[in-house]
Design a protein around this ligand. Structure first.
Ligand SMILES: *[C@@H]1O[C@H](CO)[C@@H](O)[C@H](O)[C@H]1NC(C)=O
Ligand SMILES: *[C@@H]1O[C@H](CO)[C@@H](O)[C@H](O)[C@H]1NC(C)=O
Length: 398
């Protein structure tokens, strides 16, 4: 009995040291100067296993490291790249990554999920291609409020001090990027591309996050270019071109209980073209309370936008709610300054605030929006708000 046990122990420790040896051999082979190249981990057509293993080694490295996906076209199944890591880590994607087209091959709401990483950089000239066509054709999200959770191309969960640059995301089955619980995360020269008619394919959705910067980026999609959910603070959007899509939106808010305040939203020097909305703040009527304040939209060019400037506190898509009671979300300290260009409809500014909690401290300055169709001239409409108006105002009514 005692002998057998001892024997087992000897065998298992031999196995452990043997596999440690293998591990260090493969690490040594795969790594050069802190670069962990997935093609050196056996990644050929499908790089899922190779990426998981390269990430594990890089994340465990005591020195700053890089996972490299060189140029080429690869399949990638659902992956979670989780920290915490031992040092700063970069994932450089130069290749084209293709998700499984069939949504049934995913469980949960993501394709690629980065989570709990400090000092993450995602860089490279590569593309995350969600191959969303099949999923969009089956989607019920345009009529069903409980539509099932299709995978988002990239999720950033609890990332701190991160940078995403140059990367492209294409044809996601659901939102392209979801930012949750992040602090100090920058998107720079980032590209989102999906057809204007693709369902629910928001470009970047942000919630429960502080210090998010979206700079010099190009977003064209079938839903909001950027959407801002509850608990977002200090969001800076500058030099973004948006379109096609539904514009840059704060909300919708007030649909769920216990939503956290939104505050410190700065959208500046953006160009919005051929979209359903330009800049918009929206909340559901009736339902739940909330607070959105300190939101500023400045130096924005609109090209043929249907509803360039919107506050909509009766947001109720597909009649999913009751309009009998006003929104309980409080909106205050909002400015729209130097907004110019063309509108596709005559109502270029529409501020429809809650009759229960009117909007406070709203400012319109230098609004030069032109409508040149037969229902002209350009108009503005305001309810339950008395905006302070200064400078140019091309649309009378408010
Ligand atoms: C934010 O993150 C970037 C990228 O990692 C870093 O360079 C910068 O120092 C961070 N800023 C703060 C205030 O921590
Ligand atoms: C405004 O954004 C554009 C990109 O759309 C950029 O090229 C330009 O430098 C920005 N201007 C300022 C003053 O930031």
């Amino acid at each position: 009995m005692a002998n057998k046990k001892m024997g087992l122990k000897v065998v298992s420790s031999a196995v452990i040291s043997f596999s440690l040896l293998l591990l260090s051999a493969s690490t040594a082979k795969a790594q050069a100067n802190g670069v962990f190249d997935v093609t050196k981990y056996g990644g050929k057509e499908d790089i899922t296993e190779a990426l998981n293993n390269a990430w594990k080694d890089a994340c465990g490295s005591m020195n700053p490291s890089k996972v490299l996906i060189p140029s080429g076209t690869y399949s990638l199944r659902q992956v979670t790249l989780a920290g915490p890591c031992k040092a700063a880590i970069e994932v450089q994607v130069d290749g084209i990554l293709k998700a499984p087209a069939n949504p049934d091959q995913f469980s949960g709401g993501n394709w690629v999920d980065f989570r709990h990483v400090d000092q993450l950089t995602l860089s490279g000239s590569g593309t995350f291609d969600g191959q969303g066509n099949v999923a969009w054709s089956k989607s019920t999200c345009n009529k069903d409020k409980n539509c099932e959770g299709l995978p988002m191309n990239i999720r950033f969960d609890f990332i701190t001090n991160g940078l995403v640059r140059d990367i492209t995301t294409r044809d996601s089955k659901n939102f392209h990027v979801n930012v949750l619980g992040c602090k100090n995360l920058t998107f720079q020269h980032f590209t989102v591309t999906a057809p204007g008619e693709s369902i629910n394919t928001d470009g970047i959705h942000i919630g429960q996050s502080t210090g998010i910067y979206i700079i010099d980026s190009n977003i064209g999609t079938g839903d909001d270019c950027i959407s801002v959910g509850d608990g977002t603070e200090e969001l800076h959007v500058t030099g973004v071109t948006c379109g096609p899509g539904h514009g840059i939106s704060v909300g919708s808010l007030g649909r769920y209980p216990n939503e956290k305040p939104v505050s410190g939203i700065f959208v500046k020097n953006c160009t919005i073209s051929n979209t359903a909305n330009g800049v918009r703040i929206k909340s559901w009527p009736d339902l739940y309370g909330g607070d959105a304040s300190n939101m500023h939209f400045e130096d924005i060019v609109m090209n043929n936008v249907q509803n360039p400037v919107v506050v909509d506190q009766e947001y109720c898509p597909w009649n999913q709610c009751s309009l009998k009671a006003p929104s309980k979300v409080k909106i205050s300290d909002v400015s729209f300054k130097n907004i110019r260009g063309t509108s596709a409809t005559p109502v270029v500014v529409k501020l429809a605030c809650s009759s229960g909690i009117p909007c406070e401290k709203v400012e319109l300055a230098d609004i030069n929006l032109v409508y040149s169709g037969s229902e002209g001239p350009a108009k503005s409409q305001c309810s339950n708000v008395k905006p302070v108006i200064s400078g140019i105002m091309s649309a009378s009514g408010c």
